[in-house]
Design a protein around this ligand. Structure first.
Ligand code: BTN
Length: 278
C-alpha cells in the first residue's frame, strides 16, 4: 500500500526564528501561481536567538526546548481562526496520551503524575498542572484571495525557562520538571508532529464540532474569574467557555448574555497575573 506523504520536515541547529523562515516560505507560495495545497512544511530548530511570541513578546528559546513552525497551505482562510486552538489541542493530546501514537515517556508511567491535568488557556496556551508548558503563534500570510497559515509552537521540554526567572517560575513549567526527568526530544517532536497532522486533517475534513467539544472540555478559564485586555481596555468577568466559532465567552454581571471575545490577552486568572510584565 502506498502512503501519501503530505508533509516535509526540515531540521536546524540554532536559527533566529523558525517562524520567520516559515513566513518567508509562505510568502513565496502566495506570490507564486501554483495552486495552494500539499505539502505542508515543518521547520524545527534546536534553539532560537530571536524567538517571537504572541503580541510581539519574546519567546526565550534555549537548547532543550522544541521550536517548530508549520507552513499550512491547504487550510482555507476562513478556518485560520481555529488553528491556535486546534494546535493547542494537538499538544494537549500528546501530553495526555504519552504512550500513543509515538511513545515519548521514558520508562513506565509513574502513578503520581497526573497526565490528565492538561488544559488549554484561550487562545494559544497549553498548561500542565496549571502552568504554561507550550504556546502557539498562529499567523496568516495573504495576497488577494491567496492565504497560507503559519503556525509556530514553542514547548519547554528539557530546558526550563522558569528556573532562572522568578515571575516565570510562578506561571511556566517544562516537561522534564513535571515528569521528574529529561525526555527524548525527538520522540516528543514526532508525537507532536503526528498530532498536529491529525488535528489539521480533522479540521480540513470538517470535523470542527468534534474538535470543539474536546477543546471545550479542556478549557482552563471556564468558571474562573478572569481579566482580558481587549484593545487597551480591560474586561473582567467569569470565563463561560469557548464558543463554536472559537471566541472566548466572558460572563459579565451587567450583561445577560456572555460577551464573545475574538482577539485579546488574558492578563489575570483568579486575580493572579499570568505573565511577567515587560
Ligand atoms: C506564545 O505563547 O506567545 C507563542 C509562542 C510561540 C513560539 C514559537 S517557537 C517556534 C516559532 N518561532 C518563533 O519565533 N515563535 C514560534
Amino acid at each position: 500500500m502506498t502512503q501519501r506523504i503530505i508533509s516535509e520536515v526540515t531540521y536546524f541547529g540554532a536559527v533566529e526564528s523558525t517562524q520567520d523562515i516559515a513566513k518567508a516560505h509562505a510568502k513565496q507560495l502566495v506570490l507564486s501561481e501554483q495552486p495552494l495545497g500539499f505539502p505542508r512544511q515543518f521547520y524545527v530548530a534546536e534553539s532560537q536567538t530571536r524567538g517571537r511570541g504572541q503580541h510581539g513578546r519574546r519567546w526565550i528559546s534555549p537548547e532543550g526546548g522544541i521550536y517548530l513552525s508549520a507552513v499550512i497551505p491547504d487550510v482555507p482562510q476562513y478556518m485560520h481562526r481555529y488553528l491556535p486552538l486546534i494546535s493547542g489541542l494537538a499538544i494537549a493530546r500528546m501530553l495526555m496520551r504519552p504512550w500513543f501514537p509515538s511513545p515519548w515517556l521514558p520508562g513506565p508511567p509513574k502513578t503520581d503524575i497526573a497526565f490528565t491535568n492538561v488544559h488549554l488557556r484561550w487562545p494559544n496556551d497549553v498548561l500542565f498542572n496549571g502552568r504554561k508548558i507550550a504556546g502557539v503563534l498562529s499567523e496568516s500570510v495573504t495576497m488577494g484571495h491567496r492565504a497560507v497559515a503559519v503556525i509556530g509552537v514553542g514547548m519547554n521540554v528539557n530546558a526550563d525557562p522558569a528556573a532562572s526567572d522568578s515571575v516565570l517560575s510562578q506561571t511556566a513549567t517544562s516537561l522534564a520538571h513535571e515528569i521528574g526527568g529529561s525526555v527524548d526530544k525527538v520522540k516528543v517532536t514526532n508525537a507532536m508532529l503526528h498530532n498536529l497532522e491529525d488535528c489539521i486533517g480533522a479540521l480540513t475534513s470538517r470535523h470542527w464540532s468534534k474538535l470543539h467539544q474536546e477543546i471545550y472540555h479542556l478549557d482552563f478559564l471556564r468558571g474562573r474569574a478572569i481579566t482580558v485586555a481587549v484593545n487597551d481596555q480591560c474586561l473582567s468577568g467569569t470565563g463561560a467557555g469557548i464558543a463554536d466559532d472559537g471566541a472566548l465567552l466572558l460572563a459579565v454581571p451587567s450583561q445577560r448574555e456572555p460577551q464573545a471575545i475574538y482577539s485579546g490577552t488574558v492578563v489575570t486568572v483568579d486575580d493572579r497575573p499570568i505573565r511577567p510584565v515587560e
